[in-house]
Ligand binder design. Structure first.
Ligand code: PAF
Length: 280
């Protein structure tokens, strides 16, 4: 039976009891409105730990002023039963006041230079500061041995890995595979913003990424691959923030096509901003 915990003192009591018993503890941080992608992270976490804590917290500091903080979908009952079925032991539900005891304006900010300023960081200024600020607090609250994040948010995973290495958090970071709808759309809580008239076009993002990978692996020049990807998205009605091929650390590749790459897209379809990527 899952236990829902709203007090930090109770959370610390439960986790320290587990640790006294020599158990390994995993954290799956979320913003709720959970779907199969989140539940696959809980299952992945279970494979690496004896106990799983999942947090649900819609973090105000990672939303820009014109973003969807207030309308972000909140589904606490469904989240609780879904987490229980997925094998989660504790649902950690912090309040804004307990997460930011001095208020959001006076919160100590965690900024990871470099990787935070590229791509998503350039289009959503301050977003990764908000993510790192809340994730570092969650790490201190839960004190997990391992934590799982989805690979759909590829750059978020890279930023968190850098934060963990730089601040010496003794936590193993796992990246969970992207979970997709049957038609290829990467699962996301924001997919429900897609209106019926644009939903069919939402499959294009995956097709464009597959085509970009194939073209690049076939020897096409990177800039040409990126331009073709952006043009296909625009033709399908998207407003493109970026469509790029990068090294695994998100730096720009040189002319050689040897080694691992990742293609990433962020684009708006109607009122919905979608991100996706493909590693190859
Ligand atoms: O990926 C998310 O849902 C959020 O960015 C996270 C990691 C839970 C931090 O609020």
């Amino acid at each position: 039976m899952i236990e829902t915990v709203t007090e930090l003192s109770r959370l610390r009591g439960v986790v320290s009891g587990w640790k006294r018993d020599g158990l390994r503890v995993a954290l799956v941080p979320t913003m709720g409105n959970l779907h199969a992608g989140h539940y696959s992270l809980v299952k992945l976490a279970r494979e690496h730990a004896d106990k799983v804590v999942s947090s649900v917290f819609v973090n105000p500091t990672q939303f820009g002023p014109n973003e969807d903080f207030t309308r972000y979908p909140r589904t606490p009952e469904a989240d609780t039963s879904g987490l229980e079925q997925a094998g989660c032991d504790v649902l950690w539900l912090p309040t804004v006041e307990s997460m930011y005891p001095f208020g959001v304006e006076l919160a100590a900010n965690v900024h990871v230079p470099g990787v935070s300023s590229l791509l998503e960081g350039a289009h959503r200024p301050g977003h990764f500061d908000g993510v790192c600020t809340v994730v570092s607090r969650l790490f201190n609250q839960v004190q997990p041995d391992v934590a799982a994040f989805g690979r759909k948010d590829y750059q978020q995973l890279a930023v968190i890995q850098q934060m963990v290495a730089d601040l010496a958090f003794p936590i193993q970071i796992l990246g969970g595979e992207i979970v997709r709808e049957a038609d290829g759309l990467a699962m996301s809580s924001r997919n429900q913003y897609l209106t019926a008239d644009v939903r069919p076009q939402a499959t294009v993002i995956r097709k464009v990424l597959l085509a970009a990978r194939d073209a690049y692996l076939g020897g096409a020049e990177r800039v040409a691959v990126e331009q073709e990807a952006a043009a296909r998205l625009q033709a399908a009605g998207y407003l493109v923030d970026y469509a790029v091929v990068r090294m695994p650390d998100l730096s720009e590749p040189g002319s050689s096509h040897e080694g691992a790459r990742v293609a990433l897209v962020a684009a708006k379809l109607g009122n919905t901003r979608l991100i996706d990527n493909i590693e190859f």
